[in-house]
Design a protein around this ligand. Structure first.
Ligand SMILES: Cc1cc2nc3c(=O)[nH]c(=O)nc-3n(C[C@H](O)[C@H](O)[C@H](O)COP(=O)(O)OP(=O)(O)OC[C@H]3O[C@@H](n4cnc5c(N)ncnc54)[C@H](O)[C@@H]3O)c2cc1C
Length: 300
């Protein structure tokens, strides 16, 4: 592994033995062998050639706002695009942005241009790559509503794929199946609207998030997907889990579909709490609660 780390170091900024807790909003996780920020598309493709050829485990991480990393070491390479892949430009009502751009910053830039469509995403602490992968959404809008096409790296080539080809569904896309494809950039299609109207919507959404979400604690957003026609938080509430704690992981008092890290939570604390909620939901309400937060570096 030392040799591989030295080899890929030519193509980006690399740090070794990085706690994954520093790469995620939940602040949980063991150590990754190395984290690399590739300098550009070409450097990324060189890195990928090496990692694929040598069968080295790797993981692309955006802002890590949907990840629960295991406490164990990750003997592989984390690739992050949020240092060098953050260029964007507007072309009339189109916005083209690289995968490492912050979706919050982009939604504010679009607002300043009088372009509407990203208001719903103005409070999601994520990258363009991450929100596309997840088809992130809020307030009945989803990324799929504003994405025209996606620029990807696959099979050694960079190419555009259409919105339809992304097969967006609720918090899901083709990228869940095609784990070796990398999102490099996205073209969004936005609509003209007076700046004040857009700002008002964004201010309103921000206030709602501040009022309803535990933003003063480390978290990874909603823990469970909403089952068809139901709201996950109502199920967790009905089971009486509000405020329930295991170690330093706690079902938020403010929003019961969030589990917060009070400071020193481990992945074990978090997942044990998740499993207890899932077990009771099944036993008492016959509900299957599926995690929306992605487990990374687990064996099961
Ligand atoms: C406070 C808070 C509020 C949130 N609110 C919402 C909300 O309103 N709606 C919502 O849907 N989610 C929400 N989330 C969850 C989270 O922000 C989203 O799931 C988001 O899409 C994750 O983006 P990320 O850049 O952090 O990706 P990460 O969490 O780093 O990664 C998520 C997945 O995307 C993959 N990925 C990331 N970048 C790429 C790329 N370039 N190419 C290929 N794969 C990639 C990763 O490998 C991983 O599998 C919230 C989270 C927090 C902490």
């Amino acid at each position: 592994m030392d040799e591989i780390v030295n080899e890929i170091a030519l193509y980006g900024d690399i740090s070794e033995y990085v706690p994954l807790s520093t790469c995620t909003t939940l602040r949980i996780g063991g150590t990754a062998r190395a984290v690399i920020y590739p300098k550009n598309d070409l450097a990324l493709s060189q890195i990928m050639n090496i990692l694929l050829k040598k069968r080295v485990p790797y993981k692309i991480i955006g802002k890590g706002s949907n990840l629960l990393c295991n406490d164990a070491e990750f003997n592989g390479i984390v690739i992050r695009l949020d240092r060098y892949f953050n260029e964007y430009y507007f072309d009339e009502n189109k916005l083209v942005a690289q995968a490492g751009c912050s979706i919050i910053s982009l939604s504010y830039e679009a607002m300043k241009k009088g372009l509407s469509g990203l208001e719903f995403a103005s409070g999601i602490p994520a990258t363009v790559g991450g929100v596309t992968y997840m088809n992130a959404g809020a307030y009945k809008s989803n990324m799929k509503d504003v994405i025209d096409r996606v620029y990807i790296y696959r099979d050694g080539k960079c190419e555009w794929i259409t919105n339809q080809e992304c097969q967006f569904e609720y918090r899901k896309s083709i990228f869940h199946m095609q784990r070796d494809w990398i999102i490099l950039g996205v073209q969004f299609s936005l609509t003209e609207k007076p700046v004040d109207e857009i700002r008002e919507i964004m201010d309103d959404r921000r206030e709602r998030r501040m009022k309803t979400q535990p933003l003063d604690h480390f978290n990874a957003g909603s823990v469970f997907r909403n089952p068809e026609g139901k709201l996950a938080w109502q199920i967790v509430e009905q089971l009486g889990f509000r405020g329930k704690k295991i170690g330093d992981a706690q079902v938020s008092e403010k929003h019961v579909n969030f589990i917060v890290n009070l400071g020193h939570a481990t992945a074990w604390d978090f997942i044990t709490l998740v499993k207890e909620i899932q077990k009771r939901a099944k036993e008492e309400l016959n509900e299957d609660l599926v995690m929306e937060v992605e487990k990374f570096n687990w064996n099961d």
